[in-house]
Design a protein around this ligand. Structure first.
Ligand code: SAH
Ligand code: SF4
Length: 417
């Protein structure tokens, strides 16, 4: 059990720098997952290797961890037999603990995971005809409280560490059996034999979206460090073009996201007027629509080939009129945004205040945007039967009453200042 005190989040609103110190475990060993190669070399050197050996071993170990997916030093066959126990007494290769693995009738899979200090969070895998997308969490819960999102009703929030973030990708590869032969498999994960293969290298997991629990740009450093490991050519080697980060609109961090991570950007827009967005996406009171759209226009790397995705949840009689659709088009044009729009039918959860727009309304809205030359597909909800669809992720067993939900929303909104 690691000795990890709850990582405090100093202030709800401004981006929280959370440099990750290596967390010593109760047994004194250090978990290598989540650390860059350079840091691994430093630790090896501090443990007694000379600089050159430390660097070489770090390179080898990194390859075994992220390319081969092994979870035991004993399996690292190009490392001297005597060296392996030396490593194993000082270091571990961690994974988030799997509490529950669920399988939807549509093939979507959801895992309830637990950190070393007992915090629960979720990840979801969505297989499609031509891709497989892993929906990764960045926080336990979310400090924001978008009115239609179940995650926003979680009181407890803690940033996930780089290891816990990249650990989700590692676990997914474990579960899908996608490490090169001889790679790690973990007990407790049910491997599927026959789900077909999508990518050129035969892997099911082709894309990553930072759209699980939490606001990734409130956990910027850890998300960046984790995604760097995901993109590292010596390791998991996923292209940044296959990774999308979704933000509710943390404007001050958007430029750094483009510069320092360089992944595709999705923005949870959901409304086109100040009034409605203030209500349903409360961070709008802090960073308004104009500021947000300007930050999108300035997003490093956005182009017609790499469009910004605007997510728009369809809420009956709230944001789904023809005028809303036309205003959306006007704003996209005004800011000359290389944009596509994803229309998300609202996924209900117990106690939610909204209903989903009718299918006809969603279709009409989509047509108006589409007729203006902007792609506006309607996303099919996936994994609803296991509460794996957008906005349904919420662990903490305790169900809050309507009055408690309202109080929580007020508290979180007050924190927005
Ligand atoms: N916090 C980030 C990423 C996680 S949410 C963000 O807000 O962008 C992923 C997407 O699901 C967001 O667009 C979010 O607004 C949307 N979503 C939340 N609750 C939903 C619900 N009940 N039905 C449909 N989509 C929802
Ligand atoms: Fe947080 Fe995103 Fe849910 Fe809003 S939609 S409460 S930002 S997870």
């Amino acid at each position: 059990m690691a000795d990890t005190a709850l990582m405090p989040i100093p202030g709800n609103i401004d981006p929280v720098p959370t440099p990750r110190e290596v967390t010593p475990r109760a047994d004194g060993r250090v978990d290598l997952i989540g650390l860059p190669k350079k840091r691994i070399a430093e630790l090896f050197e501090a443990a007694g290797l000379d600089a050159k050996a430390a660097k070489l071993r770090a390179k080898q170990v990194f390859h075994w961890l992220y390319h081969r997916g092994v979870t035991q030093f004993e399996a690292m066959t190009d490392i001297a037999k005597t060296m392996r126990p030396w490593l194993a007494t000082r270091f571990v290769i961690g994974r988030p603990e799997v509490v529950l693995a669920q399988h939807s009738s549509d093939g979507t899979r959801k895992w309830l995971l637990r950190t070393d200090d007992g915090q629960e969070f979720e990840m979801v895998f969505i297989p499609d005809a031509d891709r497989g997308t892993l929906c990764v969490s960045s926080q336990v819960g979310c400090t924001l409280n978008c009115r239609f999102c179940h995650t926003g009703t979680m009181r407890l929030v803690r940033n996930l560490t780089p290891g816990e973030i990249v650990g989700q990708v590692m676990l997914a590869r474990d579960a899908l059996g996608e490490w090169p032969k001889g790679g790690g498999t973990m007990a407790g994960l049910d491997d599927d034999e026959d789900e077909g293969s999508y990518s050129a290298d035969g892997r099911l997991l082709t894309n990553i979206v930072m759209m699980g629990m939490g606001e990734p740009l409130y956990n910027f450093d850890n998300v960046r460090d984790a995604l760097k490991l995901v993109m590292d050519g010596d390791g998991l080697a996923l292209s940044k073009r296959r990774i999308t980060l979704s933000t509710s609109g943390v404007v001050p961090m958007m430029e750094r996201c483009g510069d320092e991570i360089g992944v595709n950007l999705a923005v949870s827009l959901h409304a086109v007027s100040k009034d409605v967005r203030d209500e349903i996406v409360p961070i709008n009171r802090k960073y308004g629509l104009e500021e947000l759209l300007q930050a999108c226009a300035d997003y490093p790397g956005a182009s017609n080939a790499r469009r910004i995705t605007f997510e728009y949840v369809m809420l009956k009689d709230k944001n789904d009129s023809d005028e809303d659709a036309r205003e959306l088009v006007r704003l996209i044009r005004k800011y000359k945004l290389p944009a596509k729009v994803n229309l998300i039918p609202f996924n209900p959860w117990p106690g939610a205040l909204y209903e989903c727009s009718t299918p006809e309304r969603v279709r009409r809205f989509s047509e108006i945007v589409f007729e203006a030359g902007i792609s506006a597909p309607v996303r099919t909800p996936r994994g609803r039967d296991i509460d794996a669809a957008c906005g349904q992720l919420k662990t903490a067993a305790k169900k809050l009453s309507r009055a408690e939900l309202d109080r929580l929303a007020e508290e979180k909104q007050a924190a927005l200042g």
